[in-house]
Design a protein around this ligand. Structure first.
Ligand code: MN
Length: 595
């Protein structure tokens, strides 16, 4: 018998609906899902935590408790990113321990723990902690294709994970590219190596061959396979639960699940799919065998598309897909999964947009320093030098990254207390893991993109076809004066004030469809430092009057969930800072002015 681990409430919508499924659309079907007898349901962790606070204005802890209450009989699983927890960078041991403790306390039974680089040193603390709190630990290895990721390497690492105390193992094929032969060889290899604990195969439909791979996995003795209800699968989603149950019926792998019950669940999610139509993406629905070449996981692919759309750079999609494997090779073949997928993906976007390694993100630098863990393969010295500079040897660490990170739980707790925002212990974790968006969320400043009762939203094309209407004042304008951009509020129809001077303005296009003027270098020796893309200003590193050198980071911009330096285009003195920390900026906005 083979059992299914259903992903509908976590990875399915992360893969095909940009992680936007709201809790109120999960609850009505929980009792039916609880009846099926799934081995387990993955409902939490991965990108869902971030999406809850960033886009949905939902408390992720509340979601976990609610699902636990409505799913009393099925083990619930979270996807835990080792020392990254549910974020994109390493945290100290104490934070990982606290998070796992509270995840278990709020209803999580099973912990699927993985490290993006398969660096087992990063998995030790979460594995030990999840065992200690009484959880089931599933030790996972990210599946990837590269000259260094051999069957033998996987079997050896799985043996080590069994020794580390895991209760089961998982091949995490997040990009959906495992071939039938590789699936068979790794699972058979584990069984032949006398690994006793159950093995789970997690994959996606992306390559088009996953059904075959699952069949071969069954033949090799796989114990659990991952799936999602067909309504929320598509190409970047998981193989459909109902189809697998039907395919395995009357074989030695028969799941024994009730097909009629599954059909009722399918009908429910068919309606959910229609409701979320504004998030449908054609790319996410098409089988794409080129994934075996570019190896971009489903979640990353759908996020990459929506990020490129926001950046107004969707035209460069194909170029970015081609750049990703080149970056990956330069980086020592990391598997592409959060957060390494983000580091590689954003660097690939930068390389396409500005030229190869002309702009290097902070996260790329941190990766090369070893702050994500040990890169799986060798990296050329000239790459280290290109990313970190001539003194790169002094910057690269040998230790496990988390051992270098200061404890922060107590400090974060006190900060929240001082702000009067500490309502429950879990809030400290929300804030500590996502200091910017988490704080905004806890302050109640996050606006939900939509709630269930507003769905389906009107498609964008219908909205833009609305006839031009009169401008509602006040209007926020961006004005370039002598090449320096100013953001001003226009309170009436004819004038605005910039630096004490009044400018007459005539609104010629009431629909507001005029393209924004690009800022130019000024003739008066003043230079505006522009934001290279849409994002949020995380930190400002300089003050007015300060000298800066060409290439120095003036501010840190968070874009595509990664930190990017906004660097000075020349030597100079900071005249003004035009933005505040936490402010959202668009591409071309003037961050600072140099003299
Ligand atoms: Mn996945």
């Amino acid at each position: 018998m083979v059992q299914l681990h259903d992903q509908t409430l976590r990875d399915a919508h992360q893969s095909v609906l940009a992680t936007r499924l709201r809790t109120e659309d999960m609850v009505p079907i929980c009792s039916k899902m609880d009846e099926v007898g799934f081995h387990s349901l993955e409902v939490w962790g991965g990108a869902t935590f971030d999406a809850c606070i960033r886009y949905l204005n939902e408390d992720p802890w509340e979601r976990l408790r609610t699902l636990r209450e409505h799913l009393p009989n099925t083990p619930l699983q979270m996807l835990e990113r080792a020392m990254n927890i549910v974020a994109y960078r390493n945290f100290p041991d104490e934070m990982v321990k606290k998070f796992i403790y509270y995840a278990h306390k709020n209803g999580c039974d099973n912990f699927r723990i993985f490290d993006a680089l398969n660096d087992l040193r990063n998995m030790k603390v979460p594995i030990e902690t999840a065992k200690k709190v009484g959880g089931h630990v599933q030790g996972s290895l990210c599946y990837t294709i590269s000259p260094i990721h051999t069957v033998e390497r996987y079997v050896e690492d799985f043996k080590k994970l069994e020794k580390m105390g895991c209760d089961s193992l998982c091949i995490k094929d997040m990009a959906g590219m495992i071939s039938p032969t590789r699936a068979y060889d790794i699972i058979k290899g584990c069984k032949d190596a006398s690994i006793k604990i159950p093995i789970d195969l997690h994959s996606h439909n992306t390559s088009g061959m996953t059904g075959l791979s699952y069949m071969r996995a069954c033949q090799a003795g796989v114990d659990i396979i991952d799936s999602s209800i067909s309504s929320l699968t598509g190409a970047t989603g998981q193989p459909p639960t109902e189809s697998l149950v039907a395919a395995l019926k009357d074989t030695e792998y028969d799941t024994g699940y009730d097909m009629e019950l599954l059909m009722e669940i399918r009908e429910y999610f068919n309606e959910v799919w229609k409701k979320y139509s504004h998030l449908h993406r054609e790319q996410a629905m098409r089988i794409d065998p080129s994934v075996t070449m570019h190896q971009i996981p489903g979640g990353m692919l759908s996020n990459l598309v929506s990020q490129l759309e926001k950046q107004g750079a969707v035209d460069s999609y194909e170029d970015v897909l081609k750049e990703v494997p080149r970056v990956r090779k330069d980086f020592g073949y990391p598997p592409l999964v959060t957060p390494s997928s983000q580091v590689v993906g954003v660097q690939a976007v930068m390389n396409v947009k500005f030229g190869r390694y002309k702009r290097i993100t902070n996260d790329t630098k941190q990766y090369f320093r070893g702050m994500y863990g040990k890169p799986p393969g060798e990296i050329k010295e000239k790459m280290y030098e290109k990313i970190l500079g001539p003194d790169w040897r002094d910057q690269v660490i040998e230790d496990r990254p988390a051992s270098l990170i200061e404890p922060q739980y107590q400090r974060r707790k006190e900060e929240l207390q001082d702000m009067g925002l500490l309502r429950k212990p879990e809030d400290v974790l929300t804030y500590a893991i996502y200091p910017d968006i988490g704080l905004k969320f806890l302050k109640g400043e996050v606006k939900a993109e939509f709630t269930s009762d507003q769905l389906p939203l009107k498609p964008k094309s219908e909205i833009t076809q609305v006839a031009p209407r009169a401008v509602d004042y006040p209007v926020k304008l961006k004005i370039d004066v002598d090449g320096i951009g100013h953001s001003v509020l226009m309170k009436d129809q004819d004038s605005v004030k910039v630096d004490g001077k009044t400018y007459q303005i005539s609104v010629l296009y009431p629909g507001g469809n005029q393209p924004a003027a690009k800022s130019k270098k000024s003739s008066k020796n003043k230079t505006g430092v522009n934001s290279p893309m849409l994002g949020t200003i995380l930190r400002i590193n300089v003050s007015p009057g300060e000298k800066v050198a060409e290439g120095e980071a003036i501010a840190i911009l968070e874009a595509m969930k990664m930190e990017n330096d906004i660097t000075s285009p020349r030597d100079g003195v900071v005249a003004t800072i035009n933005v505040k920390e936490g402010q959202d900026v668009e591409e071309g906005d003037v961050i600072a002015i140099l003299e």
